[in-house]
Design a protein around this ligand. Structure first.
Ligand code: FAD
Length: 385
């Protein structure tokens, strides 16, 4: 009999799981809280496990078409003058050959196109309760219907409702990294920022980056260190970002102005998810819901796709579901542990409060910007190409 999976969340993890399980002969049902597909988001580096998995799942060519080739990275002072620039060819050389620079929304779009005819995707729907026994799992949905399945996958992100229903309250599983980020797409690239370029300013525990994403698209990226995450989240981006960044100078007034009319703003704490087990019986968590490594690790979308692919392989190889889940977790944990550790290390470098730490943070980039090093990297790129 065909096995069924209820997947909560149609983000990168949920859609990857739906695609991979369909390929494994399962029937996926995806419930997504949002009324429709989300787009845009922010740019992510997509590499490693995720890149390899995308290749196996047959979506790599479509992802490659969406790659945004990065160009010069400018590090500026509050008065707008340039501290140093890492040239585009060096930036590209630093990006591994098996890595892509993608909009989060583009990854979702590619996955959605690949799976939409093979999965029952229900937007504007969530799960309200979960019951399980040795034979199956029953999910009650927000439209009042119930679905019985062999497996329920909670791929509903950092603030997972599935995790709260099955593993207990969020506060027991979040490790706060004392930073808040606010990201939004700009309606047009700011004057003074060349196509493909990124410019960023770090001062006193705050970073503002303005990123050109090709085709006149661009994004603003605010991130800051805080000693009161709860207060800053509760106040929301439209109050908190002007309060924290108001005196920063450079592009800041323009970006804060555009924040007021931005379509949608990603605004959240940087927190890792730490759980002893990612599954309980026939319920398993996947992606940020299970292990959020944060943007400091730059690897969450790669882990979401790679984790979904490995999950599909484990379920194909092992008919007993709980055994398959245990094997999958044992295979994936070491990589997640490494990336969470990296995320915690990078935390201190992201927006250093004192100028000396900032100088130390930038030292490798300054070195990469030196003409001889830059030439060497450029040569490496040409040889690799
Ligand atoms: C600013 C920023 C930069 C990043 N940079 C990188 C990077 O360079 N490289 C990288 O690999 N990763 C990066 N990441 C991380 C990456 O974006 C995430 O790890 C990845 O998108 C997680 O995907 P997900 O599907 O697990 O969760 P999400 O993207 O959060 O998706 C969860 C989905 O579930 C839905 N949902 C939520 N609650 C419910 C519910 N109750 N019922 C039904 N549906 C629900 C949501 O609407 C959403 O569609 C970055 C993240 C941020 C914020």
């Amino acid at each position: 009999m065909t096995k069924r999976a209820v997947i909560v969340g149609a983000g990168i993890a949920g859609l990857s799981a739906a695609l991979r399980l369909h390929r494994a002969g399962w029937e996926p049902i995806v419930v997504e809280r949002s009324p429709g597909r989300r787009s845009g988001g922010y740019a992510v580096t997509f590499a490693g496990l995720g890149y390899d998995a995308a290749e196996r799942m047959g979506v790599l060519p479509e992802l490659q078409q969406r790659h945004i080739s990065p160009d010069d990275m400018h590090y500026v002072r509050p008065d707008g003058t340039t501290r140093f620039t890492v040239p585009g060819e060096t930036v590209r050389a630093l990006l591994s050959r098996r890595a892509l620079n993608l909009l989060r929304g583009d990854i979702e779009d590619v996955l959605h196109r690949a799976v939409r005819d093979h999965a029952d995707i229900r937007f504007g729907t969530t799960v309200t309760s979960i019951e399980q026994n040795t034979h199956g799992v029953e999910a009650t949905l927000s439209d009042g219907s119930t679905e019985t399945a062999d497996l329920l996958i909670g791929a509903d992100g950092l603030h997972s409702h599935t995790r709260a229903l099955v593993f207990g309250p969020e506060r027991n599983h979040l490790l706060d990294l004392d930073h808040v980020v606010g990201v939004f797409m700009l309606d047009r690239r700011p004057d003074g920022l060349a196509e493909g370029a990124t410019a960023s300013l770090t001062s006193k525990g705050r970073t503002l980056a303005v990123i050109s994403l090709g085709d006149d698209r661009a994004a603003a990226f605010f991130g800051f260190r805080t000693d009161d995450v709860a207060r800053d989240l509760a106040a929301g981006p439209h109050t908190t970002l002007p309060r924290v960044f108001g005196d920063l100078g450079w592009f800041t007034p323009d970006m804060l102005d555009r924040l007021r009319t931005a379509d949608s703003v990603y605004y959240d704490t940087l927190s890792q998810v730490v759980l002893d087990r990612w599954s309980s019986g026939r319920v398993v968590l996947l992606g940020d819901a299970a292990w959020c490594v944060t943007l400091f690790a730059g690897y969450g979308s790669s882990l979401a796709v790679g984790g979904a692919d490995l999950l599909g392989t484990a379920l194909e190889d092992q008919p007993d579901i709980t055994t398959a889940l245990a094997r999958w977790e044992a295979d994936l944990r070491p990589e997640v542990r490494r990336k969470q550790k990296l995320g915690r290390r990078v935390k201190g470098l992201y927006a250093p409060a004192d100028p000396f730490r900032l100088w130390l943070r930038d030292l490798p980039l300054r070195t990469a910007a030196l003409p001889p090093v830059s030439r060497l990297l450029k040569r490496r790129l040409q040889l690799a190409g």
